[in-house]
Design a protein around this ligand. Structure first.
Ligand code: PLP
Length: 454
């Protein structure tokens, strides 16, 4: 059809496309499926009620409904919403943000498309000259952003070459893979594995392998992490932030599941923001994946660059999510909703999911569960699985259990890692009874595989 660089990068069969297609096909097939794949948040009646009330409020207003449908917002979002986000975060965390530190994007997935490309790819030479020219013309370009500075600028990490995004803890969210226009722009380091207690483990940042090279354009983590439910510790975050600052590169922190909303985080940790940190948030896991609203908190020049990207790609941001949620931000109700409804809901689902797996698996074969610290996922490791996780996934699908094979989440590694073929991601957003059934089928299938290979 076409053979452009863009087509080669974005229209081929990527891992995320394969995964989404396969999940979609399996769900529309003849076999009744227990859906433990996908990343859809649960539909929580108390939360849905709030959205219904907000819609009714908007409809009851003589003008708001028409205004939200009929007007473009700015490419950074609605200005009153940006102030509301800054106000909420300042009150909650004692930060000193203004609306100029906030940009809305049409999903946090889109925000990452912009961020990963702003900080990776060809740099120096022509790219730097253009960035400098944009700055000189007063346009919202990449001028002034670390990693995009012109050659010779103090603090610029590299004057030329291809910059890369470094993921310090692999496995990481598959949604980042394939997002860069430049090929091979994502590199990751294998997580350290801490065996925390019998049948459990936790990924750690292995600082001994974390070499920030001159071509590193940014560090990036999700916290809580999709797919593992890991929450990188405060000490690890501080050290990553320190390294980013020392190398004058941004630290991208994906807070799609974190505080203060949706607050699907089971550990007491300190949210972190500073001039080097780009904090990404989303309305999706609060129960609004359909409105496609991402929120980025960053220094003003980074926000301006994001707004410029949004203008090029989508002119303006969608209004609906912002209009639905703004009153809840101003009143603080979004905090109560997240703490009192969303958090306990997922905490209970996580507890039931762990219980179901432990009871179904017993001591029939070796397995470990990643410590469940947040997000919607349980991450299982089968250290002695004689087949790959992809084969296990296919076999489970035939038995009506849909999971995600862990191999998708191990992108950017320099060396093969056996561990990457030994893990599965299970969503526990599903009804607990169906999850329990799925865990029993899974145990049975793993036993069969072990017997076949014995
Ligand atoms: N970041 C992480 C860690 C996610 O798990 C997801 C979705 O599953 C996203 C970002 C994308 O969310 P959004 O719906 O805002 O695009």
């Amino acid at each position: 059809m076409t053979d452009t660089q863009f087509a080669r990068r974005f229209s081929r069969k990527t891992g995320i496309l394969e995964l989404m297609d396969d999940l979609g096909r399996a769900m529309s097939g003849d076999t009744a499926m227990r859906m433990l794949g996908g990343g859809n948040p649960a539909s929580i009646p108390e939360v849905n009620k709030v959205w219904r009330e907000q819609i009714n409020r908007i409809l009851a207003d003589g003008q708001e409904f028409e205004a939200l449908l009929a007007n473009y917002s700015t490419s950074r979002g609605r200005l009153d919403f940006l102030d509301s986000v800054a106000g909420l975060l300042n009150r909650e965390f004692g930060w000193n943000l203004s609306g100029k530190n906030i940009a809305v994007t049409n999903s946090s997935q889109t925000a990452f498309f912009f961020l990963l490309n702003l900080f990776s790819g060809k740099a120096g030479g022509e790219a730097a000259r253009l960035a400098g020219a944009a700055g000189a013309a007063g346009a919202a370009g990449t001028a002034g952003i670390p990693g995009a500075a012109a050659p010779g600028t103090a603090g610029a990490p590299a004057s030329s070459g291809t910059r890369k995004i470094l993921f310090p803890v692999c496995p990481e969210y598959i949604g980042y893979a394939n997002q860069t226009i430049e090929e091979n722009a994502l590199v990751s380091r294998p997580a350290g594995i801490e065996l925390t207690r019998e049948n459990f483990f936790k990924y750690r940042v292995d600082f001994s392998t974390l070499d920030i090279a001159p071509d590193t354009g940014a560090l990036c983590v999700s916290r809580p992490t999709n797919p593992t439910g890991n929450v990188i510790t405060d000490d690890e975050m501080k050290e990553l932030a320190r390294l980013a600052e020392a190398h004058d590169i941004p630290f991208l922190v994906d807070n799609a599941y974190g505080a203060p909303f949706p607050n699907i985080i089971f550990r007491k940790v300190q949210p972190l923001w500073n001039r080097n940190i780009v904090l990404s948030m989303s309305l999706s896991k609060l129960g609004l994946p359909g409105v496609r609203t991402g929120i980025v908190v960053a220094r003003e020049d980074i926000i301006e660059a994001l707004a410029a990207c949004s203008a090029v790609v989508s002119l303006a941001t969608g209004n609906l999510g912002q209009v639905l949620v703004k009153p809840l931000m101003d009143s603080g109700e979004i905090l109560a909703l997240s703490r009192n409804i969303v958090l306990p809901f997922y905490q209970q689902r996580a507890r039931l999911a762990v219980e179901a797996v432990r009871e179904a698996f017993g001591s029939r074969f070796p397995y470990r569960i990643h410590e469940s610290e947040g997000s919607l996922f349980l991450w299982l490791w089968f250290p002695e699985l004689p087949v790959s996780s992809r084969v296990l996934y296919e076999r489970l699908k035939k038995r009506g259990v849909l999971v995600v094979s862990g191999h998708y989440f191990f992108f950017g590694l320099e060396k093969d890692w056996e561990h990457s073929r030994q893990c599965l991601r299970l969503s526990y957003a599903l009804d607990p009874a169906a999850f329990r059934e799925a865990a029993e089928i899974m145990a049975d299938e793993v036993c069969r595989i072990m017997d076949e290979q014995a």
